[in-house]
Design a protein around this ligand. Sequence first.
Ligand SMILES: [Zn+2]
Length: 281
Amino acid sequence: MKWRGARGSRNIEDRRRMSKGKTGGVGLVGILVILVIGAVFDVDVSSLLNATGGSSVSSSSATLPKEDKAQGEFVSATLGYTEQIWDEVFRTQVGRKYNHAVLVLYKGVTPSPCGNASGATGPFFCPADRKVYLDTAFFTTLSRKLGAKGDFAAAYVVAHEVAHHVQNELGTLPKANKARQSMNKTDSNRVSVMIELQADCYSGVWAQYAESSLGVIEGGDIREAVNAARQIGDDTLQRNAGSRPMPHTFTHGTSEQRQKWFARGYKSGRMDQCDTFAALN
Ligand SMILES: [Zn+2]
Protein backbone atom coordinates (compact mmCIF):
# COMPACT_ATOMS: atom_id res chain seq x y z
CA MET A 1 0.00 0.00 0.00
CA LYS A 2 1.26 3.45 -0.83
CA TRP A 3 1.27 5.44 2.39
CA ARG A 4 4.50 7.40 2.82
CA GLY A 5 3.80 11.09 2.60
CA ALA A 6 0.05 10.57 3.01
CA ARG A 7 -1.72 13.26 4.99
CA GLY A 8 -2.72 10.89 7.76
CA SER A 9 -5.58 11.12 10.21
CA ARG A 10 -6.09 13.69 12.92
CA ASN A 11 -7.98 11.12 14.97
CA ILE A 12 -5.01 9.24 16.39
CA GLU A 13 -4.75 9.35 20.16
CA ASP A 14 -1.12 8.46 20.73
CA ARG A 15 -0.57 7.08 24.24
CA ARG A 16 2.72 5.40 23.45
CA ARG A 17 4.78 7.80 25.51
CA MET A 18 2.64 7.38 28.61
CA SER A 19 4.30 5.52 31.43
CA LYS A 20 2.85 2.14 32.15
CA GLY A 21 2.57 2.68 35.90
CA LYS A 22 -0.70 4.58 35.71
CA THR A 23 -2.80 1.93 34.11
CA GLY A 24 -2.81 -0.70 36.86
CA GLY A 25 -4.47 -4.09 36.57
CA VAL A 26 -7.83 -5.14 35.25
CA GLY A 27 -10.20 -4.98 38.20
CA LEU A 28 -13.48 -6.80 38.53
CA VAL A 29 -15.19 -3.64 37.34
CA GLY A 30 -13.24 -3.80 34.11
CA ILE A 31 -14.28 -7.40 33.55
CA LEU A 32 -17.96 -6.61 34.15
CA VAL A 33 -17.80 -3.69 31.76
CA ILE A 34 -16.45 -5.97 29.04
CA LEU A 35 -19.48 -8.22 29.41
CA VAL A 36 -22.01 -5.40 29.47
CA ILE A 37 -20.77 -3.17 26.72
CA GLY A 38 -19.82 -5.77 24.17
CA ALA A 39 -16.43 -4.71 22.97
CA VAL A 40 -15.44 -6.41 19.77
CA PHE A 41 -12.32 -8.44 20.41
CA ASP A 42 -10.81 -9.80 17.28
CA VAL A 43 -8.11 -12.28 17.87
CA ASP A 44 -7.96 -14.94 20.53
CA VAL A 45 -4.32 -14.52 21.33
CA SER A 46 -4.38 -16.74 24.42
CA SER A 47 -2.47 -19.51 22.69
CA LEU A 48 0.21 -17.05 21.63
CA LEU A 49 0.49 -15.11 24.84
CA ASN A 50 3.81 -16.42 26.06
CA ALA A 51 5.29 -15.43 22.73
CA THR A 52 3.76 -12.04 21.98
CA GLY A 53 5.60 -10.05 24.62
CA GLY A 54 2.43 -8.09 25.19
CA SER A 55 3.62 -6.54 28.41
CA SER A 56 7.02 -5.41 27.30
CA VAL A 57 7.58 -1.71 27.53
CA SER A 58 8.04 0.79 28.79
CA SER A 59 9.33 4.17 29.20
CA SER A 60 7.97 7.57 29.78
CA SER A 61 10.64 8.99 27.55
CA ALA A 62 9.70 11.66 25.10
CA THR A 63 11.07 9.96 22.02
CA LEU A 64 9.86 6.87 20.25
CA PRO A 65 12.10 4.39 18.46
CA LYS A 66 12.25 4.91 14.71
CA GLU A 67 10.30 1.76 13.98
CA ASP A 68 7.44 2.83 16.27
CA LYS A 69 7.36 6.20 14.60
CA ALA A 70 7.06 4.61 11.16
CA GLN A 71 4.33 2.23 12.32
CA GLY A 72 2.44 5.14 13.83
CA GLU A 73 2.63 6.97 10.52
CA PHE A 74 1.46 3.87 8.69
CA VAL A 75 -1.56 3.49 11.00
CA SER A 76 -2.32 7.21 10.71
CA ALA A 77 -2.19 7.02 6.91
CA THR A 78 -4.41 3.92 6.90
CA LEU A 79 -6.91 5.51 9.28
CA GLY A 80 -6.87 8.60 7.05
CA TYR A 81 -7.75 6.39 4.08
CA THR A 82 -10.63 4.84 6.01
CA GLU A 83 -11.95 8.36 6.69
CA GLN A 84 -11.75 9.46 3.06
CA ILE A 85 -13.34 6.22 1.87
CA TRP A 86 -16.13 5.90 4.41
CA ASP A 87 -16.94 9.59 3.91
CA GLU A 88 -17.50 8.78 0.25
CA VAL A 89 -19.28 5.45 0.78
CA PHE A 90 -21.64 6.90 3.39
CA ARG A 91 -22.43 9.80 1.06
CA THR A 92 -23.05 7.64 -2.00
CA GLN A 93 -24.37 4.38 -0.54
CA VAL A 94 -25.92 5.27 2.81
CA GLY A 95 -26.99 8.87 2.29
CA ARG A 96 -25.60 9.94 5.62
CA LYS A 97 -22.63 11.70 7.12
CA TYR A 98 -19.86 9.48 8.42
CA ASN A 99 -18.56 10.32 11.90
CA HIS A 100 -14.89 9.44 12.19
CA ALA A 101 -13.54 6.97 14.72
CA VAL A 102 -10.66 7.66 17.07
CA LEU A 103 -7.80 5.19 17.13
CA VAL A 104 -5.77 4.83 20.32
CA LEU A 105 -2.17 3.80 19.74
CA TYR A 106 -0.63 2.34 22.87
CA LYS A 107 2.25 0.21 24.00
CA GLY A 108 1.92 -2.59 26.50
CA VAL A 109 -1.29 -1.77 28.31
CA THR A 110 -3.81 1.08 28.45
CA PRO A 111 -7.23 1.54 30.07
CA SER A 112 -10.47 1.70 28.10
CA PRO A 113 -14.16 1.73 29.13
CA CYS A 114 -14.22 -1.87 27.84
CA GLY A 115 -11.43 -2.92 30.20
CA ASN A 116 -7.69 -2.72 29.77
CA ALA A 117 -6.27 -3.05 26.29
CA SER A 118 -3.14 -5.19 26.21
CA GLY A 119 -1.28 -7.89 24.36
CA ALA A 120 -3.83 -10.29 25.85
CA THR A 121 -6.80 -8.55 24.25
CA GLY A 122 -5.26 -7.81 20.86
CA PRO A 123 -6.77 -4.97 18.83
CA PHE A 124 -10.44 -4.21 19.48
CA PHE A 125 -13.19 -1.68 19.01
CA CYS A 126 -14.89 -0.31 22.14
CA PRO A 127 -18.42 0.98 21.43
CA ALA A 128 -18.59 2.83 24.77
CA ASP A 129 -16.07 5.48 23.70
CA ARG A 130 -16.18 4.66 19.96
CA LYS A 131 -12.44 4.08 19.84
CA VAL A 132 -10.23 1.46 18.26
CA TYR A 133 -7.39 0.24 20.52
CA LEU A 134 -4.22 -0.92 18.80
CA ASP A 135 -0.70 -1.81 19.89
CA THR A 136 1.39 -2.03 16.72
CA ALA A 137 3.27 -4.92 18.35
CA PHE A 138 0.27 -6.90 17.09
CA PHE A 139 1.52 -6.42 13.53
CA THR A 140 4.61 -8.42 14.48
CA THR A 141 2.40 -11.15 15.96
CA LEU A 142 0.35 -11.09 12.80
CA SER A 143 3.35 -11.49 10.58
CA ARG A 144 5.52 -13.85 12.63
CA LYS A 145 3.08 -15.95 14.64
CA LEU A 146 -0.06 -15.89 12.54
CA GLY A 147 1.57 -16.10 9.12
CA ALA A 148 -0.10 -12.94 7.78
CA LYS A 149 2.73 -11.01 6.19
CA GLY A 150 2.79 -7.72 4.32
CA ASP A 151 1.74 -4.16 5.00
CA PHE A 152 -1.73 -4.73 3.62
CA ALA A 153 -2.34 -7.50 6.16
CA ALA A 154 -1.78 -4.82 8.81
CA ALA A 155 -3.96 -2.34 6.90
CA TYR A 156 -6.71 -4.96 6.78
CA VAL A 157 -6.61 -5.22 10.58
CA VAL A 158 -7.06 -1.45 10.91
CA ALA A 159 -9.83 -1.50 8.28
CA HIS A 160 -11.57 -4.39 10.06
CA GLU A 161 -11.61 -2.55 13.41
CA VAL A 162 -12.87 0.62 11.73
CA ALA A 163 -15.55 -1.54 10.09
CA HIS A 164 -16.87 -2.32 13.60
CA HIS A 165 -17.11 1.43 14.14
CA VAL A 166 -19.07 1.64 10.87
CA GLN A 167 -21.42 -1.08 12.17
CA ASN A 168 -21.78 0.87 15.39
CA GLU A 169 -22.61 4.07 13.51
CA LEU A 170 -25.26 2.22 11.51
CA GLY A 171 -26.80 0.67 14.62
CA THR A 172 -26.04 -2.88 13.51
CA LEU A 173 -23.56 -3.56 16.28
CA PRO A 174 -25.65 -2.41 19.28
CA LYS A 175 -28.68 -4.24 17.89
CA ALA A 176 -26.75 -7.48 17.48
CA ASN A 177 -25.09 -7.18 20.87
CA LYS A 178 -28.44 -6.59 22.55
CA ALA A 179 -29.90 -9.66 20.88
CA ARG A 180 -26.91 -11.73 21.96
CA GLN A 181 -27.54 -10.98 25.63
CA SER A 182 -30.62 -13.21 25.72
CA MET A 183 -29.12 -16.03 23.68
CA ASN A 184 -27.34 -19.19 24.68
CA LYS A 185 -23.62 -19.34 23.98
CA THR A 186 -23.87 -21.19 20.68
CA ASP A 187 -26.45 -18.79 19.21
CA SER A 188 -24.56 -15.80 20.56
CA ASN A 189 -21.42 -17.09 18.83
CA ARG A 190 -23.36 -17.44 15.57
CA VAL A 191 -24.38 -13.79 15.71
CA SER A 192 -20.80 -12.86 16.52
CA VAL A 193 -19.71 -14.64 13.33
CA MET A 194 -22.25 -12.58 11.35
CA ILE A 195 -20.89 -9.36 12.86
CA GLU A 196 -17.30 -10.33 12.12
CA LEU A 197 -17.88 -11.52 8.56
CA GLN A 198 -19.73 -8.30 7.81
CA ALA A 199 -16.71 -6.37 9.13
CA ASP A 200 -14.53 -8.43 6.77
CA CYS A 201 -16.88 -7.63 3.88
CA TYR A 202 -16.78 -3.90 4.75
CA SER A 203 -12.97 -4.17 4.84
CA GLY A 204 -13.21 -5.53 1.30
CA VAL A 205 -15.39 -2.59 0.25
CA TRP A 206 -12.74 -0.32 1.76
CA ALA A 207 -9.99 -2.11 -0.18
CA GLN A 208 -11.94 -1.65 -3.43
CA TYR A 209 -12.14 2.10 -2.85
CA ALA A 210 -8.48 2.23 -1.78
CA GLU A 211 -7.73 0.84 -5.21
CA SER A 212 -10.24 2.53 -7.49
CA SER A 213 -10.83 5.81 -5.70
CA LEU A 214 -7.54 6.53 -3.92
CA GLY A 215 -5.16 4.50 -6.11
CA VAL A 216 -3.01 3.40 -3.16
CA ILE A 217 -3.10 -0.36 -3.73
CA GLU A 218 0.08 -2.03 -4.94
CA GLY A 219 0.69 -5.45 -6.47
CA GLY A 220 0.25 -8.22 -3.92
CA ASP A 221 -1.77 -6.09 -1.46
CA ILE A 222 -5.10 -7.80 -2.00
CA ARG A 223 -3.43 -11.20 -1.75
CA GLU A 224 -1.92 -10.14 1.59
CA ALA A 225 -5.34 -9.19 2.95
CA VAL A 226 -7.00 -12.38 1.72
CA ASN A 227 -4.19 -14.42 3.23
CA ALA A 228 -4.57 -12.56 6.54
CA ALA A 229 -8.30 -13.28 6.52
CA ARG A 230 -7.47 -16.95 6.01
CA GLN A 231 -4.82 -17.12 8.74
CA ILE A 232 -7.13 -15.69 11.39
CA GLY A 233 -10.11 -17.92 10.61
CA ASP A 234 -11.36 -19.72 13.72
CA ASP A 235 -10.73 -23.20 12.34
CA THR A 236 -7.17 -22.35 11.35
CA LEU A 237 -6.43 -20.67 14.70
CA GLN A 238 -7.80 -23.64 16.62
CA ARG A 239 -5.89 -26.11 14.46
CA ASN A 240 -2.67 -24.12 14.87
CA ALA A 241 -3.23 -24.15 18.63
CA GLY A 242 -3.23 -27.93 18.44
CA SER A 243 -6.94 -28.58 18.83
CA ARG A 244 -9.65 -29.95 16.59
CA PRO A 245 -11.86 -27.11 15.25
CA MET A 246 -15.15 -26.85 17.17
CA PRO A 247 -17.66 -24.91 15.04
CA HIS A 248 -20.03 -24.05 17.92
CA THR A 249 -17.21 -22.08 19.54
CA PHE A 250 -16.42 -20.05 16.42
CA THR A 251 -16.89 -16.30 16.90
CA HIS A 252 -15.28 -14.89 13.74
CA GLY A 253 -15.94 -17.44 11.01
CA THR A 254 -13.86 -20.04 9.23
CA SER A 255 -10.90 -19.20 7.04
CA GLU A 256 -12.99 -19.91 3.98
CA GLN A 257 -15.81 -17.64 5.15
CA ARG A 258 -13.49 -14.79 6.08
CA GLN A 259 -11.76 -14.88 2.69
CA LYS A 260 -15.07 -15.17 0.89
CA TRP A 261 -16.69 -12.18 2.60
CA PHE A 262 -13.64 -9.98 2.22
CA ALA A 263 -13.55 -10.87 -1.50
CA ARG A 264 -17.27 -10.19 -1.85
CA GLY A 265 -16.87 -6.68 -0.48
CA TYR A 266 -13.77 -6.08 -2.56
CA LYS A 267 -15.27 -7.26 -5.84
CA SER A 268 -18.57 -5.41 -5.48
CA GLY A 269 -17.44 -2.32 -3.58
CA ARG A 270 -20.95 -2.30 -2.17
CA MET A 271 -22.11 -2.35 1.44
CA ASP A 272 -25.43 -3.92 0.45
CA GLN A 273 -23.49 -7.02 -0.59
CA CYS A 274 -22.40 -7.43 3.03
CA ASP A 275 -25.67 -8.56 4.61
CA THR A 276 -24.24 -11.51 6.50
CA PHE A 277 -27.26 -11.48 8.81
CA ALA A 278 -29.57 -12.41 5.94
CA ALA A 279 -27.09 -14.74 4.25
CA LEU A 280 -26.22 -16.82 7.29
CA ASN A 281 -29.58 -17.01 9.00
ZN1 LIG B 1 -13.87 -8.00 14.36
